[in-house]
Design a binder for this molecule. Structure first.
Ligand code: HEC
Length: 198
C-alpha cells in the first residue's frame, strides 16, 4: 500500500512537470489567435500564397514551359494569364461539341461555351492592378467578369462553383498575395462565344 501511495504521488509530480514543460513556450493568446486568422501562417500574404498554390490557380493562369516531363510553370510569367501573342489553334465547333480542347499550357480553352483564356491576375493595369478587394471577392463569389455586377458571367473552366465557397478571409488573403507579385503587362484576349469558334 505504501509503495502504491509513493507511485501515485510520483505520477502526479511527473504530470505536473510535463504540463509545465509543454506549456512553457505556449504562445500568448493573441499569437494563437493571429495564427488561426492566417490559416497557421504568420501573415495574410503568406497564407494567400499557400492558398493560390494548393488551389492550383497557376494551372490555368500561369503560362508554362513545355519540358520532357510535361508542362511546368514559367515562374517569370507567374499568374500573368494566356500570353497575348500565343497562337490558339482554330477548331471547328463540331470538333469540340462532345468535349473540349486546351492549349498545352492550359491557358486557353475551347468548348461548347466558346473560347476562354486564363486571366492576368498580376497587379498590372492589364491585370488586377486597379481592382479593389471587394471587386475581387465579387468576381469569385458571383463569377462576374472584372467583379462588376453588370458584367458577363465568367466562363469555364474557371472553377467558379467550388471557389465561391472560399471565405471572405481566404479571398482577402489571396487578393493581398496577388497584389504583391510581379506586375506583368499582358492583354489577355477577350472571351469569344461559340460562333467565333469558326
Ligand atoms: C481550370 C482552370 C482555372 C483555374 C484552376 C483557375 N482559373 Fe481563374 N479563370 C480561368 C479562366 C479560363 C478565366 C477566364 C474566364 C472568362 O473570361 O470568362 C478565369 C478568370 C478568372 C478571374 C476573372 C478575371 C477577370 O478579368 O474578370 C479571376 C479573378 C480568377 N480567374 C481568379 C482565379 C483564382 C484566384 C484561382 C485560384 C484560386 C483561379 N482563378 C483558378 C481558369 C481557371
Amino acid at each position: 500500500m505504501k509503495n502504491q501511495t509513493i507511485l501515485f504521488f510520483a505520477v502526479c509530480i511527473i504530470c505536473v512537470l510535463c504540463y509545465r514543460c509543454t506549456n512553457a513556450n505556449t504562445p500568448l493568446v493573441d499569437s494563437a489567435f493571429d495564427n488561426a486568422m492566417y490559416g497557421g501562417y504568420t501573415n495574410d500574404t503568406a497564407w494567400g500564397q499557400h492558398l493560390v498554390t494548393i488551389l492550383g490557380c497557376g494551372d490555368c493562369h500561369t503560362p508554362k514551359k513545355v519540358t520532357a516531363q510535361g508542362p511546368v510553370d514559367d515562374s517569370s510569367l507567374l499568374l500573368s494569364g494566356h500570353p497575348s501573342q500565343a497562337p490558339v489553334p482554330q477548331l471547328m465547333p463540331d470538333q469540340v461539341a462532345k468535349g473540349l480542347a486546351a492549349t498545352n499550357d492550359l491557358t486557353a480553352w475551347i468548348g461548347p461555351w466558346g473560347r476562354s483564356y486564363g486571366a492576368n491576375l498580376t497587379p498590372d493595369s492589364t491585370g488586377i492592378g486597379s481592382w479593389s478587394k471587394e471587386q475581387f471577392i465579387n468576381a469569385i463569389r458571383k463569377a462576374k467578369f472584372k467583379g462588376l455586377d453588370n458584367e458577363r458571367p465568367l466562363m469555364p473552366p474557371m472553377p467558379a462553383n467550388s471557389f465561391r465557397n472560399l471565405t471572405d478571409a481566404e479571398l482577402s488573403a489571396i487578393f493581398t498575395y496577388l497584389k504583391t507579385i510581379k506586375p506583368i503587362h499582358n492583354i489577355v484576349p477577350d472571351y469569344q462565344p461559340p460562333m467565333a469558334n469558326k
